[in-house]
Design a protein around this ligand. Structure first.
Ligand SMILES: Nc1ncnc2c1ncn2[C@@H]1O[C@H](COP(=O)(O)OP(=O)(O)OP(=O)(O)O)[C@@H](O)[C@H]1O
Ligand SMILES: [Mg+2]
Length: 153
């Protein structure tokens, strides 16, 4: 009898077929837990081609956004965004990418947007450490403050 092989090398594995990676999942969940409690953690996933980086990240994304319960039986509620970093990206471009994606995610989720009304006000019109984000500009535009306190767009 012929059996269908669900594994497709090169494409991300879905939660139903995801196996193992317990240590990695625990480490990633620790980062979520610390971040949730106000102590943000960073991590970098690296490894050989086809080793399972994207699949692990996808499960982690499900963890972070509460689409699945974690191995420690927690359900998180992070807003997750993904950006692609390219070699020629400047700091401004990176910030612009983050802001654009954040806005896109919030636009998609009106319920969350409503709940985050105050935070949204902050996100869409903020100024932190010399970086100003102006929500009136379309498409989202970041303004950077130079040393003479002029605003560059
Ligand atoms: N945890 C896992 N359980 C089962 N299969 C897996 C798992 N992780 C990866 N695979 C298998 O390995 C293949 C490659 O995984 P994935 O695309 O996540 O690797 P990658 O490291 O992101 O690859 P690349 O370096 O090409 O971006 C998947 O198509 C899947 O078949
Ligand atoms: Mg990959």
């Amino acid at each position: 009898m012929l059996r269908y092989n669900p594994f497709k090398p090169g494409s991300i594995i879905h939660p139903g077929m995801f196996a193992g990676r317990i240590d990695e999942l625990r480490a990633l969940e620790t980062a979520l837990f610390q971040t949730k409690n106000g102590n943000a953690e960073h991590f970098l996933i690296h490894g050989e081609r086809g080793i399972g980086k994207s699949s692990l990240l996808m499960i982690f994304n499900y963890y972070a956004t509460g689409q699945i319960t974690t191995i420690e039986d927690n359900t998180y509620n992070f807003l997750s965004i993904g950006i692609e970093v390219e070699p020629n990206d400047t700091y401004e471009e990176l910030i612009r990418k983050v802001a654009r994606e954040l806005q896109r995610q919030l636009d998609k989720n009106q319920v969350l947007k409503k709940r985050l009304k105050d935070v949204w006000q902050f996100i869409t019109n903020w100024e932190v450490l010399g970086v100003k984000y102006n929500r009136e500009t379309t498409p989202p535009m970041l303004c950077l403050k130079n040393s003479r306190t002029n605003w560059l767009q």
